[in-house]
Design a protein around this ligand. Structure first.
Ligand SMILES: O=C(CO)COP(=O)(O)O
Length: 251
């Protein structure tokens, strides 16, 4: 049986200023030997803070990630940031296809796939997000829609080294609502089965994170669910205390 090392990643979204460096330091300090033995930990701050966080804690075992990247390495794309630039700033990973980007910027599966390919080109781990809306879940189409997003967004050649998938039901993000543990396990099982059809045994090495209202109070139950290999945490990752206490569910 394949053992997948868990990953707890904090997506800070559009939050954080230079004054957040001490909070990042508290996360690094709290990532003690016991936690390091059990789980990877990663912070995804706004791009403006990546280099500052990297400089504040050189060689830190807490990974850094961007929240988006452009498919191209450089060029005339005002306001965009490439995967190569994120890597240069100290990131080892990048989130692509978050539902807020799919909604706010009309990102398609095809574009998300191109971004995931750009991440690989730059040597970054791609954290590819998928997840259904409330309407889709109520219509009983969540599994089909997420399978479709995976088919469209995950590039050929995805493996456990270059790809993490985050299942984030849109209706659970920032709402305090979560699917039941059975629903999470059902979705993660379906995602694993879908990836196996396409990538064979390699699918057993791809980590599947759950995201959407993960808090210290529900982390233990969610992270113990079948085929859940970690969490992508939003609001609760902004404070070291709550973020670390979610990761401590692995102790
Ligand atoms: O979107 C999320 C992480 O990417 C989840 O956000 P919340 O944890 O705030 O619900």
């Amino acid at each position: 049986m394949t053992t997948r090392r868990p990953l707890v990643a904090g997506n800070w979204k559009m939050n954080g200023l230079k004054a957040s460096v001490p909070e990042f330091r508290r996360i690094v300090e709290g990532y003690d030997a016991a936690l390091r033995a059990r789980t990877d930990l990663m912070v995804c701050p706004p791009a403006t803070l990546l280099a500052g966080f990297a400089a504040a804690e050189p060689g830190s075992p807490v990974g850094l990630a961007g929240q988006d990247c452009h498919p191209a390495a450089s060029g005339a794309h005002t306001g965009d940031i490439s995967a190569e630039m994120l890597a240069d700033a100290g990131a080892g990973a990048v989130i692509v296809g978050h539902s807020e980007r799919r909604a706010d910027h009309g990102e398609s599966d095809e574009l998300v796939r191109a971004k995931a390919e750009a991440a690989r080109r730059a040597g970054l781990l791609a954290i590819i997000c998928v997840g259904e809306t409330r309407e889709v879940r109520e219509a009983g189409r969540a599994l089909d829609v997420v399978r479709g997003q995976l088919a469209g967004s995950v590039p050929d050649g995805a493996d456990g080294e270059n790809t993490v998938i985050a299942y984030e039901p849109v209706w659970a993000i920032g709402t305090g609502l979560t699917p039941t543990i059975d629903e999470i396990a059902e979705m993660h099982g379906a995602m694993r089965a879908h990836l196996k059809e396409r990538f064979g045994g390699q699918a057993d090495r791809i980590r599947l994170l759950y995201g959407g209202s993960v808090k210290p109070e529900n982390a233990g139950e969610i992270l113990a669910a079948a085929d859940v290999d970690g969490a992508l945490v939003g609001g609760a990752s902004l404070e070291a205390t709550s973020f670390l206490s979610i990761a401590r569910a692995y102790l």
